[in-house]
Ligand binder design. Structure first.
Ligand code: GLU
Length: 502
């Protein structure tokens, strides 16, 4: 059987970028090995369910280009892929474990549990040391157990974690891991109150039924691994249990600990792929809405925890699939760098097709009242994209092509507009009336020729000229600017500046 991986998010809110990275690594791993990517929605914790979170997950994966083979939207041989629609399946398996002695009923009321906790102080743990003394099917007579269930008492099924056993596990990233079972408690597997399994049971049963071969998930699930191993063993599924890989945390840009929404709010970057509006009306920024290109976002995420072993940083999705391996995923946390995220976006923006960028620019120009034909938009994009990090910055970088300067940057004037400047620019203006054709290359030739002939230096002429045409001393090539503006507009701007500047 081929490789089968799954991304199994719980719809408890917007997917954090760490979740997208988990999905991405699953996807890359599966694609590299010609395997199958399953998307399963783990929504058995009804108290934490958040409306809209599921659609958010689908949309975030779509936007990121992470294609799912089987799942809630795609269907597949193991439908349904939403755990809340599989509820009948889980009770059967929970009962199987009770029958085989690996699990038991517990009837403790919240008050009883509270009392047990209070009696034990802070160290209370529902485990081998106390379970025989509590209201469980381990202590009660079978008839009483039956009676309590029949009369509608609330119950849960708990896993009977054996005492003092060394559980030996293997993680593809961390290597061998051992835990003594006495340190673990008897986790709840199923609850009569909502007739739903907990995460642990549903997760193991589904990974088994869906024939998952590799579980690639966040490090926060490592503490659950011993229980998961024990569950596979209790079911008699150890032979076919998946291999596990726990991914390192994504760390805060500065300081200790895991990257959180608060870090993003404080430092001004998103920690979610898409914008999210909570029911309370709180808006969390998204990479998409902040103007990130999905390819740049994915490239940045891929390198947060994995490295190719070379200096290469720019990877298309195909190249990531080709290069990815779990062996090169690090054990220690990967520090998030918001500057680097911007850098990735800039790299992708700079290599983006000018025609495509032009079509993004056209509506923005129109919204400012300027009709911009496709060919011109494309030329403008080519001219200014190198200076932009986000598509949204393009207009600010090129608006001077549409709107003549209203005023002249004071610092630039002080620095570059010398006493002789008006006369020089007036002379140069005459040259510009004759340049044929009025193109960047012809302009360059004519202007540099004239400068040389006059024995001037470049800056002495070009800085004031730029000032007259765009109002500042910075910007892209002036020859290209004049070419785009055309002769009439160029001369008009020079005339205006000559009448306004000292
Ligand atoms: N439902 C879990 C989550 O929300 C899945 C953990 C796992 O992949 O086993 O992350």
């Amino acid at each position: 059987m081929g490789v089968r991986v799954r991304f199994a998010p719980s719809p408890t809110g917007p997917l954090h970028i760490g979740g997208v990275r988990t999905a991405l690594y699953n996807y890359l791993f599966a694609k590299k090995l010609g395997g199958t990517m399953v998307l399963r929605i783990e929504d058995t914790d009804s108290t934490r369910y958040v409306p809209g979170a599921e659609e958010y997950i689908f949309e975030a994966l779509r936007w990121s280009g992470i294609a799912v083979d089987e799942g809630v939207e795609q269907g597949g041989p193991h439908v349904p892929y939403r755990q809340s629609e599989r509820r009948e399946i889980y009770l059967r398996y929970a009962l199987q474990l009770v029958e085989s002695g690996h699990a038991y009923y517990a009837f403790d009321t919240p008050e009883e549990l509270e009392a047990a906790r209070a009696g034990a102080g802070e160290t209370f743990s529902y485990n081998h040391a106390v379970r025989e003394r509590l209201a469980t099917s381990l202590r009660l007579a079978p008839e009483e157990v039956r009676q309590r269930i029949d009369r509608g008492d609330q119950w849960v099924i708990r896993f009977k974690m054996p005492a003092n056993e060394t559980i030996e596990m293997h993680d593809l990233i961390r290597g061998d891991v051992r835990v003594n079972s006495s340190t673990l408690d008897d986790k709840v597997l199923y609850k009569s109150a909502d007739r739903l399994p907990t995460y642990h049971l549903a997760n193991i049963v589904d990974d088994h039924l869906m024939e998952i071969t590799h579980v690639i998930r966040g490090e926060e699930w490592l503490p659950s691994l011993p229980l998961h191993y024990m569950l596979y063993r209790a079911f008699g599924w150890s032979e076919t249990q998946p291999l596990f890989a726990h991914l390192p945390l994504i760390l805060k840009p500065v300081g200790q600990g895991k990257l959180s929404k608060r870090d993003g709010d404080k430092m001004g970057f998103p920690v979610f792929p898409l914008e999210w509006r909570s029911a309370e009306g709180e808006v969390s920024r998204g990479y998409r809405e902040d103007g990130y290109l999905p390819e740049a976002f994915v490239n940045m995420l891929a390198l947060l925890g994995w490295n190719p072993g070379t200096e290469q940083e720019i990877f298309s999705m195909e190249q990531l699939v080709e290069a990815f391996s779990l062996e090169r995923v690090g054990k220690s946390g990967a520090r998030f760098d918001p500057e680097k995220a911007r850098w990735f976006n800039a790299q992708y923006l700079h290599t983006m097709d000018n025609d495509v960028l032009g079509t993004l620019l056209q509506p923005v120009a129109l919204s400012h009242g300027f009709e911009c034909p496709a060919e011109l938009a494309s030329r403008i994009a080519a001219l200014v994209k190198e200076r932009a990090t986000f598509v949204g910055e393009l207009w600010g970088l090129c608006s001077f092509l549409f709107v003549a300067p209203e005023s002249y940057d004071e610092k630039s004037v002080a620095r570059f507009w010398r006493e002789e400047s008006p006369a020089r620019i007036a002379d140069l203006r005459e040259v510009l009336t004759t340049v044929q054709p009025f193109t960047a290359s012809a302009l360059e030739q004519a202007i540099t020729g004239w400068i040389e002939q006059g024995g001037y230096n470049m800056g002495q002429i070009m800085n004031p000229l730029r000032l007259t045409i765009i109002g500042t001393s910075r910007g892209p090539s002036l020859y290209d600017i004049c070419d785009i503006l055309g002769r009439d507009e160029t001369l008009r701007r020079i005339d205006r500046a000559l009448s306004l500047l000292p």
